[in-house]
Design a protein around this ligand. Structure first.
Ligand code: NAP
Length: 316
């Protein structure tokens, strides 16, 4: 029996690609020199697309595939997938929530500790031989401090749980107060920022959260505050952030995500009050394997007519 067609938008985790290659006739969109011609060749047969939060799925590709019915997206955030276009065309979109929650929370904590306690600059201090000339400068502390979380969802709650282990006082902001959550709630990001020392952003990306952390929020956090972004680059006014870090109007920042990643504003490279990471929140073999399995399971469920394990709420 011939295998179903699967359009893969961009390179995925190697072992996941191997699973997809085994089950489908895969078409590598990113490798195609003539993309419209590839779409034309599979337009009459292709019901499935595999992509990721990074690669996304554009309306033009959706439009070119009239038989498309299922999208398996690798990652929990799907702001780069045109969900409205999928919904309008009756296409089911799936993502990979939950399995990545704890590793992303761990990564966030690596950023919190390395930003506030200056682990990265200390490492450089030792390597550069500066220790031989004198002791390193002291830092702020983490335990017992006030931590604000913008987006107290699955990952936000796992970050908060770790924060409680550090004796921190956790507060949060979201679109509304959550039932059963006892942490103090602040109705705006600025109000939350004014009341905490470490502010963590862990919302979805997309239009709704664009520059949710504005220049005003950064100013409210202030010269003694730290901003940690594990969400999407778009959720922060990056220009205002760079300026505040360069002028000492913000104490420090730990950033995993950027507006035009993998391009990072070069001004940040000169600053030692910022820790930079290449979007590796979920980047462990364990978690990437589990995420890949969810993509495989969602696509397989569609082809055997079973309920989809993790469809996004918008297309349910
Ligand atoms: P989730 O459970 O859906 O949580 C998202 C939270 O964001 C919810 O608490 C929601 O609260 C809040 N939120 C949504 N829209 C908002 C808005 N406009 N203003 C304020 N708060 C808003 O999702 P999750 O699994 O925790 O993942 C969260 C995000 O983390 C993903 O969407 C992705 O962007 C990011 N992420 C990054 C990495 C990485 O590698 N850096 C890895 C995984 C995930 P309300 O509904 O109450 O507003």
């Amino acid at each position: 029996m011939s295998k179903p067609d699967l359009l893969v938008i961009g390179p995925l985790y190697g072992p996941t690609m191997a699973q997809l290659d085994a089950a489908y006739t895969t078409h590598r969109y990113w490798e195609a020199a003539d993309k419209p011609s590839l779409l034309g060749q599979i337009a009459g047969t292709c019901e499935a697309v595999a992509t990721s939060g990074g690669h996304g799925l554009k309306a033009e590709v959706i439009k070119a595939l009239p038989k498309l019915k299922i999208v398996g997206s690798f990652g929990v955030g799907y702001d780069s997938v045109d969900v409205a276009a999928c919904k309008a065309a009756g296409i089911h979109v799936t993502n990979t929530p939950d399995v990545l929650t704890d590793c992303v929370a761990d990564t966030t904590w690596a950023l919190i500790l390395s930003t506030v306690r200056k682990t990265v600059s200390y490492d450089k201090f030792v390597r550069d031989g500066k220790w031989l000339k004198g002791n390193a400068p002291l830092t702020d502390k983490v335990w017992g401090e006030k931590m604000g979380i913008i987006g107290l969802g699955r990952i936000g709650k796992a970050i908060a749980k770790r924060g409680e282990g550090f004796g921190m006082q956790v507060a949060y902001h979201g679109r509304s107060k959550q039932a059963g959550v006892t942490f103090p709630y602040y109705a705006t990001p600025a109000e939350l920022a004014r009341n905490v020392k470490i502010l963590v952003v862990v919302t979805p990306g997309g239009k709704e959260t664009d520059k949710l952390v504005s220049a005003e929020v950064i100013e409210a956090l202030g010269p003694k505050g730290y901003l940690i972004n594990i969400s999407r680059g778009s959720t922060i006014d990056e220009e205002a952030l760079v300026k505040a870090l360069a002028t000492g109007k913000l104490g420090g920042a730990g950033l995993d995500v950027f507006v035009e990643e993998p391009k990072v504003p070069e001004e940040l490279f000169k600053l030692d009050n910022v820790v930079l990471q290449p979007h590796v929140g979920s980047g462990t073999h364990h978690t990437r394997t589990a995420m890949g399995q969810m993509v495989v399971d969602n696509l397989a469920a569609y082809f055997v007519g079973k309920p989809l394990p993790s469809e996004v709420p918008e297309t349910l």
